[in-house]
Design a protein around this ligand. Structure first.
Ligand code: ATP
Length: 304
């Protein structure tokens, strides 16, 4: 089952098309990272999901319900934390939590107390006197304590120092082990989310470049090294899945984006008949960079 689905979703601001014809499915139970550079359309998409913005065309569905028709009971199952969230800054942390609690029948006081201690939040301090990291943690706490089925995080890590970011990630990871829930987190930096996510979607200029599970990505990508040692090599017309093919002295290197041991070895034998071929697994970050480079090259090629 998919917790989020968009079908040919478009959202325009006058002439700017922030989200273009986007069809996306986020499986229940996943931690889905939506990656994209500044201005890619991440905030716009998340705002459409929570009905802060209406689609220009197409639709978004949360728990199978059109985002424009979410009822209070559906909303009570959604947590939303954004980098520019408006919070009642005149309240202390305790007053803020007292204020939020009655809105949510599922509010868990024990979890609230656990997170308050874990995030080391000073309960009697006013929100306006909290650091940025603390403020984000207070916002996260107020969205976790009612055990939402879906947690939407819009660039929650930007501006946080690495230590606070780590605590924040650990908080989310710990909670995600407590129950069946889905997290949708946007970021412009793979490093921020790679420990968290098991699905990745890449958005660029309002378009979804791809969306795949990290397991599939790890399986699909290998850095291939070919030791020629004097044997011949044919580098023309490589398979389309081979990225960044280059020869450096007696070695040929490339990234296979559709790795399958038998197929890759066969394709290598055809081009490098006597060479030794080794395949190395890649980190998510390396895969992400390779994909971003290849998308940029494709864009340049289309523009040329
Ligand atoms: P960032 O990482 O910088 O937060 P983003 O991926 O969240 O960016 P959006 O904020 O959704 O991207 O913006 C997508 C596009 O829509 C950008 O070109 C932006 O300038 C434009 N845009 C966003 N909000 C508005 C608005 N209220 N009016 C006009 N254009 C807007």
């Amino acid at each position: 089952m998919n917790v989020i689905e968009t079908h040919r979703l478009t959202r325009r601001y006058w002439r700017t098309e922030a989200v273009h014809d986007l069809s996306l499915a986020v499986p229940a139970g996943s931690v889905f990272a939506l990656l994209g550079p500044n201005g890619a359309g991440k905030t716009t998409l998340i705002k459409v999901l929570v009905d802060l913005l209406r689609p220009t065309a197409g639709e978004a569905r949360i728990f199978g319900v059109d985002s424009r028709r979410l009822r209070p009971a559906d909303r009570a199952k959604i947590g939303y934390v954004s980098e520019n969230q408006q919070l009642p800054l005149w309240m202390t942390v305790r007053q803020f939590l007292d204020y939020c609690r009655p809105f949510y029948p599922t509010w868990d006081r024990a979890l609230e107390a656990k997170l308050l201690a874990q995030f080391e939040l000073p309960a009697e301090r006013k929100l306006q006197n909290l650091s940025r990291g603390m403020l984000m943690k207070a916002a996260l706490l107020s969205s976790l304590a009612y055990r939402p089925k879906l947690l939407l995080l819009d660039e929650p890590f930007s501006g946080l120092d690495p230590l606070v970011r780590d605590e924040f990630v650990r908080g989310i990871l710990e909670i995600s082990e407590l129950g069946d829930w889905t997290v949708f987190v946007s970021s412009h930096d793979i490093e921020e989310v790679e420990r968290l996510c098991d699905w990745i979607g890449v958005l660029d200029s309002g378009r979804l470049e791809f969306a795949q599970s990290t397991e599939t990505l790890h399986g699909r990508f290998r850095r291939i090294e070919v030791a020629l040692d004097g044997s011949e090599a044919r580098l023309d017309a490589p398979p389309a899945a081979w990225l960044e093919l280059a020869r450096e002295g007696s070695r040929v290197r490339f990234i296979d984006s559709q790795y399958d041991r038998a197929t890759t070895e066969q394709a290598c034998r055809e081009r490098f008949p006597e060479a030794a071929v080794t395949a190395h697994p890649m980190t998510l970050r390396e895969i992400f960079i390779a994909l971003a480079r290849s998308a940029r090259r494709a864009q340049k090629g289309a523009a040329a």
